[in-house]
Design a protein around this ligand. Sequence first.
Ligand SMILES: [Zn+2]
Ligand SMILES: [Zn+2]
Ligand SMILES: [Zn+2]
Ligand SMILES: [Zn+2]
Ligand SMILES: [Zn+2]
Ligand SMILES: [Zn+2]
Ligand SMILES: [Zn+2]
Length: 364
Amino acid sequence: MSAPSGYKVSAVDLTGFNERWFCSSCGFVPRLVVQTGLCEHLYCEKCLAAVLRQTNPVCVKCEKPLQHCQWFPDNFLRREIECKFVHCKNTALGCDWRGELKSADVHQHSCPYIPSPCRNDGCTNMVPAIQLTQHEERECSHRQIECEYCGSSMISEACQEHYQSCPNVSVTCDRCGKTDIPRGQLWLHVDPVNGDCNRMYCPFRAHGCSCDELLNRESLARHLSEDLSGHLLLLPRLIESIPQQRLAVSPPRGEIRQDLLAAEAEVTAHSWALTTHYRRQEKLVADVKALIVASSETARVIEQVSSEQRQENAMLRNRIERLEEEFERLRATVEGQGFSLNALWRFIRELLRLPQWLIRGRLT
Ligand SMILES: [Zn+2]
Ligand SMILES: [Zn+2]
Ligand SMILES: [Zn+2]
Ligand SMILES: [Zn+2]
Ligand SMILES: [Zn+2]
Ligand SMILES: [Zn+2]
Ligand SMILES: [Zn+2]
């Protein structure tokens, strides 16, 4: 359906118009009013022409056939209608123009309050033309703004959310209460090695250490040294978690970005070296543990063997003592009465059955 051709008069102005003065077709105040000859009903010139183009046209109001009907312009009524004072249809938006109906069209095209679409991406607001710049640059929730703390740009609507994560906004350390720390430097403050915060968690807490107390520097050092090897074994987990943490941070800009990229490359290289180092260390600890298990088994065997050895030694000592006695006896015999060859031969045979080191210790 095409736009109605009558004048659209706002509700405040309708009281000035006679209730008969409306177009029988479009229902608005008739533009270039014409009147049918037969039923004398009123139409806009354009509306009646449209009705007459239909086959077997009838009056919209009274349904009388209009086929061969006469019609004529009602110039008297037209002048009366066009001289009525009306308001601008943008009155509600702030326009205070008021003038004759015949000049309303001209005003409407240049009305400073004509609703205009906001040109910011994503905004669907229609704003009076005269306020458009103000809206687009200062009020629109979709306008681009720069963060007053870090200078990054975003749409206005997102700035409250950005402040919750902006690295330059000052925060308070919830461990020690220190204030005015730029959020992006909080990690430096709470760094267990280089930070100046004196209340900290064990750095391995998120990676398997069960200690969840806040410790001061001295207690932390004590805690770490009390279970050094246990913490050492958690290091690879801590190092492996670094790339995920890095991905969670939004990409920074410009120079800072350059610096960060360089630092990141260095950290990655160190992290790789450390990971390798601690993997090796971890393997070493495992090897040592295995070695300890193996050597305690060996010790048990040695203990067993040496007790057997002790018994054997005692037996040998006995035999040697007996042989020494025999030797003394033989020597006395040899020295006293000449020697018995058989007895000497028996002695030598016994002697030869002893381990050499025992003989050496005893008889020389
Ligand atoms: Zn009409
Ligand atoms: Zn009629
Ligand atoms: Zn206006
Ligand atoms: Zn807008
Ligand atoms: Zn910011
Ligand atoms: Zn602190
Ligand atoms: Zn710990």
